[in-house]
Design a protein around this ligand. Sequence first.
Ligand SMILES: [Cu+2]
Length: 265
Amino acid sequence: MLLWLGASAVATPLVVVVLGPSLPPGNGSAQASGHVTDNTVLLGMATPVFLLVVVYLIYAVTNFRQQPGAVLEGPAVRGDARVQTAWIVITSVLVLALAAYGTAELVGDGAGSGQGPNPAFAPSGKKLQVQVIAQEWAFTYRYPSYGGVETPHLVIPVDTTIEFHVTSLDVIHSFWAYQLGVKADANPQVDNIVFVKPTKQEAFNIRCSELCGIWHGYMFDTGRVVSAAAFQTWIRQQQAVFAPVAGYLPPYSTTYLPQPSGRGT
Ligand SMILES: [Cu+2]
């Protein structure tokens, strides 16, 4: 017990203070920073549990080793009210505390996960809507507040709450913006809403995280978080570049149907 207490007293602060800040997914958004905190809490709580197992194992291997020539096993230990009670109480407290903590974190800011068409937890204040359209095998993005322009790249302004509307034109995909701490399923005919507030101007990785067909592994992209001014410049460029095809786009909608009528023409 003393060995375990000593090891925990040394290792737990080290894990929390030294390892914690470098845990995934980084600090690209308020939600991603929340994930880092959550991962640190989980790892910090798991450290004494892990050490209990390891310290006991090493102690048992060195101290309960069978002596040469011995043929008998030690006496069986059956039932110990104190140990059993301690085990049930401690593990219950750990799991229930994590459930409460996880719920509080989720209620706080949605934690960067898709909340479906009617989000239970929506941040207040100004939001920029960006639609993420998945299809085999690429993502495209529409900006309804900029005339519904559709672009093959995702660029968003820093320190702005983004309201992603994630949908699919065909099969089930999943929109995963790693450094932003965002993951949301892209289902056909579903408007899956996810909120994120990027806090760092950086490039971020986008991947499809739902096996969606033969080129699923190539369904990735690099997005960028830029300054508000740079975003304005970029979105105007996109509007100009895509102006000639704008007339061929379907009107902006939360979901889209495939167009069988277009086949064979
Ligand atoms: Cu996909």
